[in-house]
Write a protein that binds this ligand. Structure first.
Ligand SMILES: [Zn+2]
Length: 392
């Protein structure tokens, strides 16, 4: 039997998302779920603006030749979807890296522009095998909060440590405490890796140094690195004790060479920058799944799909209820209402079965006093506050 906090149970019960038989592994967002996802995106966008990131958006389909050049066709082809239009072969992007590189290469770059932090909410598609699909946790299409940072060698350590700081900030804001970093390194098995050994040594040591200087434990995972470079990966534990990989920081010295990425230093010398690939939520779909399993229906207010629900005690308070609803929506809050003729008891009972953060109850008395009664469903707290104070 599924656990009551299983995100698939919550998703169906509260109408957050679903899956179509016609599109296995491709999540369908309903309004409620999309509100959660969009709240995460709004917060992400604001935070990245504050931290000097520049947002871009690259195409879904790009010529297959590009993916041959990037190495994806050699190392990742079985996970990719392809399409053919006008006798030209395209790949549906499984990652956003080549798009960011094409943006960087659109013009001549000077050292003064570095570090250049290009972020993208990339809608990526990956062909996971049907047996491994699992609700929102493992899907075939998801939004990845990606970023690619182009920087000189001397900025590398600072940039990696800044990303670690950003990861802590986001986890804190989302109230997630049970996570840890792992250092994914080359292995000595069958797996193929791109590039020279000395470059791998350098990149692995930089990531380890950043971990140490950030005061974090060094947990090495040989053989877990992606084909193009080592990485620092964040694993979050859910309420069932299962661990899910979310954030990742990858140091890449291969793609810049393959795509002739370069900038000009103070002396006008042509130089190849390092490239950091990083995602913090990782897959937004998976992240919403983890949040649901962590909080159940009581998500933090800022990301809650229904922050308030306005309920009228009697029919005569309905117009005051309308006014309160209008004012709250004007403030940009996500608010629903029940101003019907139903009995209060029935309205409350219905609300307990829904996913609502708090009720805003209004009656004749509240109208006269220009106040509302706030009822927080999780904490079972009830208090009267003035309307002006509440709106503010
Ligand atoms: Zn990338």
């Amino acid at each position: 039997m599924l656990h009551e906090f299983d995100h698939r149970v919550l998703g169906a019960k509260y109408d957050l998302f679903s899956f179509f038989e016609e599109a296995p592994g491709f999540p369908v967002w309903h309004e409620g779920g999309l509100r959660i996802k969009n709240a995460l995106i709004d917060f992400w966008r604001e935070l990245h603006g504050q931290h000097g990131y520049r947002e871009i958006q690259s195409p879904q389909l790009m010529d297959k030749e590009l993916w041959k050049k990037s190495g994806h066709c050699d190392y990742f082809e079985e996970n990719m979807f392809f399409s053919s239009v006008d006798k030209r072969d395209y790949a549906i992007k499984p990652m956003s890296c080549p798009g960011a590189i094409l943006v960087f290469n659109q013009k001549k770059r000077s050292h003064a522009e570095l570090p250049l932090r290009l972020c993208e909410l990339g809608h990526v598609h990956r062909n996971e095998n049907s047996g491994s699909l699992h609700g929102l946790m493992r899907v075939r299409s998801f939004v990845q909060d990606d970023a690619h940072i182009f920087c000189a060698e001397e900025d590398l350590l600072h940039e990696i440590k800044s990303i670690i700081g950003l990861i802590h900030l986001i986890m804190q804001k989302c109230g997630l405490k049970d996570y840890h970093f792992e250092l994914s390194l080359r292995g000595d098995g069958e797996k193929k890796y791109l590039g020279r050994n000395e470059d791998w040594d350098f990149a692995e040591s930089k990531l380890e140094q950043a971990l140490v200087e950030s005061g974090l434990a060094v947990l090495k995972r040989p053989g877990e690195a992606k084909f193009y470079g080592p990485s620092l990966d964040v694993h979050i534990k859910d309420v069932h004790g299962r661990s899910w990989q979310c954030s990742s920081i990858q140091l890449d010295f291969n793609l810049p060479v393959r795509f002739d990425v370069h900038y000009f230093d103070e002396k006008g010398q042509r130089r190849v920058p390092f490239m950091l690939h990083r995602a913090i939520f990782g897959s937004l779909e998976r992240f919403v799944g983890i949040l649901l399993e962590n909080y159940g229906k009581h998500l933090p207010l800022w990301m809650h799909p229904v922050q308030f629900k306005v309920i009228s005690v009697s029919e005569e308070a309905a117009s005051y209820g309308q006014e309160v609803l209008r004012l709250l929506r004007q403030r940009g809050l996500r608010v629903e209402s029940d101003l019907s003729e139903r009995l209060l008891k029935e309205k409350l009972k219905r609300s307990y079965d829904e996913m609502v953060h708090a009720l805003v109850i209004v009656g004749k008395n509240e109208q006269e006093r220009q106040s509302v009664v706030l009822k927080y469903l999780e904490k079972k707290i009830q208090q009267e506050v003035s309307l002006a104070e509440f709106i503010a």
